[in-house]
Design a protein around this ligand. Structure first.
Ligand code: COA
Length: 170
């Protein structure tokens, strides 16, 4: 029997952009942001699985707005769906300029983690029970995103991805 767990609340993390985090334009380096996104989403996946997790895929990353030196960065992560041993996590990033009183959404991405045992081998995780309409949408669409990433990783043939076939009509 597969054990189910209700969807957890958001995992949040805050960082202050310091000089060593920026490029020569005074903007936060993309690599530093990806590192922070990796950490917040790994914490979310650990909380869902109660296991050590490893990053297996990073995708659908968008850098829509630059983040400036001195901004406070808030990262929010949530497990959207758990499969057998892997979990998809959605991350949203906001930048706040406290003196100016402004806050904007800058980035989002999906990270996938695998829960591992003491021998670093994949181990099953709880399924998720989505509750809100938004959680249900993310849960449903997670299957298509999983199929895209497994096709890209050459772990799945397009002909073995019925949800994608239905969605794109090919
Ligand atoms: C993650 C790891 C343990 C998986 O081992 P494996 O022998 O490939 O195991 P499996 O084939 O059983 O795959 C395990 C899960 O990973 C998923 N997976 C593997 N590659 C994937 C990819 N590119 N994208 C999404 N999911 C992937 C599989 O679909 C499976 O998920 P499921 O059990 O929910 O169906 C192994 O690949 C590993 O250790 N990778 C390095 C992880 C790491 O060091 N990360 C830090 C980044 S530098």
């Amino acid at each position: 029997m597969t054990l189910k767990k209700p969807q957890q609340s958001l995992t949040e993390m805050n960082e202050l952009v310091l000089p060593n985090d920026t490029n020569t334009l005074g903007n936060l380096m993309g690599g530093r942001l990806l590192h922070w996104m990796d950490i917040v989403s790994a914490i979310a996946a650990q909380k869902h699985s109660n296991r050590v997790v490893v990053t297996v895929s990073v995708d659908f990353v968008s850098f829509s707005e630059s983040i400036k030196l001195g901004d406070v960065v808030t990262l929010k992560a949530k497990v959207t769906r758990a499969f057998k041993t892997s979990m998809e996590v959605w991350i949203e990033v906001y930048a706040e300029n406290i003196p100016e009183g402004t806050r904007k959404k800058c980035n989002e991405a999906f990270y996938t983690f695998v829960a591992v045992d003491g021998n670093n081998r994949p181990i099953p995780v709880y399924e998720i029970e989505p509750e809100t309409d938004e959680e249900k949408l993310f849960f449903e669409s997670a299957m298509r995103r999983r199929q895209v990433r497994l096709i890209q990783a050459k772990r799945l043939k397009p002909s073995e991805a019925p949800e994608l076939k239905d969605f794109f009509g090919f």
